[in-house]
Structures are given as C-alpha cells and as structure tokens.
Design a protein around this ligand. Structure first.
Ligand SMILES: [Zn+2]
Length: 285
C-alpha cells in the first residue's frame, strides 16, 4: 500500500460524513451555544482542510497527520463557543434601541447573562440606564470607549457574560476591534444598534465597518414625519453643522427620500435667507 493510500484510509472514515448519502453539514443550524452537531461540523471541516493540505504535499508522514489532527482537536476543545455579531441600523426614531432591548430581554429570560453598553456622550436619559423613545428602561454601562468595558465590568464577571448589547454604536471608535475580540476570541454574542448614516446620509462612525464581520444585519425604518411613508433618513431641523449633535425630536425628524431631498433644499434656503439677513443687519450698524 502506498503512503498516500494509507493516508486516505486513515482519513476516509471521517470524510465519509460528506458522502451524498448522509445529511450535508451546512444544513445543520449553528446555534449560539456549541451543540454536539456543531462540533461535528467543525471537526469534519478540519479534516477536510487536512485532506486538501495532504493532496498538495504528498510527502507528509502519517504520524504528522495524526499529531496535527489531535492538536487541532485539543485546540477546538479549549476554545470558548463561537460568538455572534448582530447589527441593527436605521435612521433615528426607527426603534433600534427598542429592538435591542427586546432582544436583550429575550436572551436574559432564556437564562443567558447579559450586559448593555451605551455611549457616555448621550446623557439625555441619565447614564445608568437605557431608555427607548417610548419610555422602556433597562440598566446599562455608560462608557467613552468599549476597550475599557472588560476592566470596568470585572474580568471574572466578563468571562461569565453571554450577550453584550451596544447602543448608539456610532459613538464608539473602537467598535470593530471590540466586536472582533468579543465574538471571535471570547465567544460572546454581540448585538449592536446604531445609526448607519448621519444627517448628511454619510457613514456614521464605525457602524458600517462591522458589516463584514456580522452574522446578521437588520435595517429598520421609521415613519416620515411629513407624509407618513417609510422613512430611511434623519433630517436635521436646526442650523448646527457639526456631525455629532445629540438631540431628540427637537433637532431631528425621520423622513422619506422625497422629503429628505426637499427638506435639505428648505434648510439650505433658510440658511441662505438667515445669512443674507445677518449681512443686511451688519451693514446697517
Ligand atoms: Zn415623506
């Protein structure tokens, strides 16, 4: 028997899991907690990669294959269960915080340890709680950056956490690194809610940066304050032009595409009238 056919005979019992007569692994749903079926899929995946590796380097010895397989299995066993990242975006007043809180409540009621983080920049409803526009409230951690969370929450308590919710995610510059660390390495489920765009409909903060690493993305819509149609954008009703201007309905309104465009025109006209009025006043003094 040649060394390659020996290797094939070693690997074949495990590779038989991918036979067309057996259920395909991708049809197995990957739940948030590692189930026996999930570890089966992963185990087989590592066999497949070994097999492909062997094909390209036929001089590898059987003992190397066995030790590399057992090392892989040991590494799999020592890893925490794989995490998840879910992103909820949309304009203001679309129910992002409400959706986040509902999901956190569901996770909590199913026995998982949860914690919610929000930006300390938003002080509208106090710093120790999170409140939706419709008044629903939950305790939370108000932070300036996410990298400080583990230390402030306590490393031991952090290890016990299953689900981390992040609200107003557009205010966290270290969002990408935090989500990667929490989901990839610490096995946490991270649920992120934030604005995808600012009042100029440009990418806001790092929220869009985490789309490539997300398991799911939900874009919510609000109701256009002018016509009642679905609203995708946030129109700023006041003169201020800095990107981060924290406020509620006194500053912002959700609008459809048509009323975003006409609203921007109206704002520009108002600005022009105000500025020419200022010039007129100063020329009289
Ligand atoms: Zn409209």
């Amino acid at each position: 028997m040649s060394s390659i056919s020996k290797m094939k005979s070693i690997l074949s019992p495990k590779l038989s899991a991918f036979s067309p007569h057996l259920p395909k692994p991708q049809t197995i749903s990957l739940a948030s907690n590692a189930s026996p079926s999930e570890s089966l899929v992963r185990h087989n995946s590592s066999c497949i990669s070994n097999h492909l590796h062997l094909k390209s380097t036929p001089l590898l010895s059987n003992s190397f294959v066995c030790s590399s397989q057992s090392r892989n299995l040991q590494m799999e066993a020592s890893r925490p269960p794989s995490g998840e990242i879910h992103v909820i975006v949309g304009p203001m007043f679309a129910g992002k915080t409400t959706t986040l809180l509902r999901r956190m409540q569901l996770e909590s009621s199913s026995g998982r340890n949860v914690a919610i983080i929000k930006s300390s920049k938003d002080t509208r409803y106090g710093l120790d709680s999170i409140v939706t526009h419709d008044g629903f409230k939950l305790p939370c951690w108000a932070l300036t950056n996410l990298s400080s969370f583990r230390q402030k929450f306590g490393p031991d308590a952090y290890d016990q956490l299953d689900v981390i919710g992040i609200d107003e995610a557009q205010f966290f510059e270290d969002l990408y690194d935090f989500c990667c660390g929490a989901a990839d390495h610490d096995g946490k489920t991270v649920i992120v809610a934030g604005l995808d765009g600012n009042y100029l409909r440009r990418s806001f903060g790092s929220v869009l940066d985490i789309i490539p690493i997300a398991d799911s993305v939900t874009k919510l819509t609000a109701r256009c304050e002018i016509c009642g149609k679905r609203a995708f954008f946030t129109l700023r009703k006041v003169e201020e032009t800095q990107v981060e201007l924290i406020g509620g309905s006194e500053v912002y309104m959700p609008v459809c595409r048509q009323h975003y465009v006409s609203g921007q025109v109206a704002m520009e006209t108002a600005r022009y009238v105000l500025e020419s009025h200022k010039v007129e006043c100063s020329s009289h003094t």
